[in-house]
Design a protein around this ligand. Structure first.
Ligand code: PLP
Length: 488
């Protein structure tokens, strides 16, 4: 060894760490050159008057980190290329560097180029009527935490699940709930647990659609579902929505084959219309006659404030032409990512395979906690409690809108769900209105992007679930303040 190594015997840093630091430093500064042979552990231990095991420990650490290499029968050498160089050259490109353009994407990958993440369109305002969240601060976290820690005592949840369709007790609990509360025909074997409705729709589109095939879609309709169908190459057939929901009679006029129909019959998104019984029966009859399949997205049917609950479309038929979807994103919390599909029997096997290919299974621990949460009655209690809380918020919003804007506002779909739609009579363009609201600290969402062919404007989605009554009242007053001088 040509260079001196100074070790401090009674330092708080161990001798092996001091030796490791000294050797690493020597390598990095070039005092020990690439391919240079190091003394044997015995020789170095003797030269430094330390235990051989101390030297061995330091060498092993440098070997495992890639500073040293051993050549069998010859000794230990400094590596040619050091880990620090590799780390430098492989550093993640910074956002300021241009994105690589030479990487060839699949047609699916290329089709996503213009897809904006919905969250980017959300207003970050002091009072935001943004859509999509339940009141997260009201979730019984303590109850959830107890069940979670109870299950965390077992190792069973850590293995791959035997069945990609989902956790048996959860599927049974959902089947029971759906037949009682939503009059859905199903047994647990037909239920596939998915990562939210998003995955349910995604798998459906993957398995049932060929590029170019027709999907009848509510207009206006749920943008995230539409994006999935578009990404799979579907040709969307806009079907207008009126006060009684999706205009089923328009389907009769279509001469081309329609592979799928996507509907939100209990609470049309975003208008809130309820699909009338006559139209439900006509839609089912049409699907059975044409061999088309219906995707029923029953996303927030748990919240109904006036009138009798409307049974699901699926339960009115034989259940063989409807894929019924539900989610816990609205009744519990969206990050849970648990939803489900009730499948026609003939589709169970293929969906099970596709789910396995997509992600093997929905996380087991959360499914187990949810199954207990339902079985112990917490879900029902939470829904009951939230229904009355949301009802108060909804009534505050409706009353404030009516009081402030009188007959210059039309309120749609206020009897159910977590949002309503508002049509203002105003000369202001939506963008202008949104900008003025933002200046007043109020976040508004236009319904425009939910129209396939672009709506007429002046329509806004007002979600009340997250906002206190006080904030709702203040929000509407602030909008009124700038809308009134602008001639509503
Ligand atoms: C119409 C509709 N369906 C489904 C969902 C829920 O989607 P997910 O279960 O993927 O959270 C939403 C949420 O905003 C919705 O608006």
């Amino acid at each position: 060894m040509e260079f001196a190594i100074a070790l401090t015997p009674h330092s708080s840093t161990s001798l092996h760490r001091q030796l490791y630091d000294a050797l690493r430093q020597a390598i990095l500064t070039g005092r020990l050159a690439p391919q240079q042979r190091l003394p044997s552990t015995r020789a170095l231990a003797k030269a430094l008057s330390i235990a051989r095991s101390t030297v061995t420990q330091s060498y092993e650490q440098l070997l495992s980190e890639g500073y040293l290499q051993t050549v069998v029968g010859s000794g230990t050498y400094v590596c040619d290329q050091l880990p620090d160089d590799l780390l430098r050259s492989q550093s993640v490109p910074t956002a300021s560097k241009p994105a690589p353009t030479s990487i060839q994407l699949s047609s699916y990958g290329a089709s996503l180029a213009d897809l904006a993440h919905p969250a980017t369109a959300e207003p970050a305002a002091e009072i935001s009527f943004r859509y999509g969240r339940p009141a997260l601060d009201q979730f019984p976290l303590e109850q959830w935490r107890k069940l979670l820690s109870l299950h965390c005592r077992h190792h069973d949840w850590l293995d791959y699940a035997a069945d990609p369709m989902g956790y048996g007790p959860l599927r049974s609990a959902i089947a029971h709930y759906l037949s009682q509360a939503r009059a859905v025909h199903c047994n647990p074997e037909q239920i596939l647990i998915t990562n939210g409705t998003q995955q349910a729709i995604y798998l459906t589109a993957r398995l049932l659609l060929e590029p170019g095939e027709r999907v009848a879609f509510e207009d206006p309709g749920y943008l995230s579902a539409r994006r999935i169908f578009e990404s799979q190459g579907a040709r969307l057939l806009p079907i207008t929505v009126d006060g009684a929901g999706f205009q089923v009679s328009h389907l009769e006029e279509v001469s081309e084959a329609v592979r799928l129909v996507y509907v939100t019959p209990s609470h049309q998104f975003p208008t809130g219309a309820v699909l009338s019984l006559a139209r439900r029966l006509a839609l089912l009859a049409w699907a059975e006659r044409t061999g088309s399949l219906i995707v029923e997205d029953d996303y927030d049917s748990e919240y109904r404030y006036e009138g009798r609950p409307i049974p699901a479309l699926q339960g009115l038929g034989l259940g063989q032409s409807v894929l019924y979807m539900g989610t816990f994103s609205k009744v519990l919390f969206p990050a849970l990512r648990i939803g489900y599909i009730v499948l026609p029997l003939a589709l169970v096997e293929v969906f099970s395979r596709a789910k396995w290919l997509a992600d093997r299974q929905t996380p087991a621990l959360e499914q187990a906690v949810l199954a207990d949460f339902i079985a112990e009655g917490h879900l029902e209690r939470h829904i009951r409690r939230m229904r009355s809380r949301y009802d108060q918020r909804r009534q505050t919003l409706v009353a404030a809108l009516k009081e402030v804007f009188c007959d210059r506002v039309t309120i749609l779909g206020e009897n159910a769900g977590l949002h309503l739609m508002v049509r203002f009579q105003t000369e202001l363009q939506d963008a202008e209105l949104i900008a003025r609201a933002a200046q007043a600290g109020v976040g508004l969402i236009s319904a425009q992007s939910h129209y396939l062919a672009g709506g007429e404007g002046h329509e806004f989605i007002f979600s009340y679930s997250e906002l206190s009554e006080e904030k709702i009242q203040t929000g509407i007053e602030r909008i009124a303040y700038f809308l009134k001088p602008a001639r509503l």
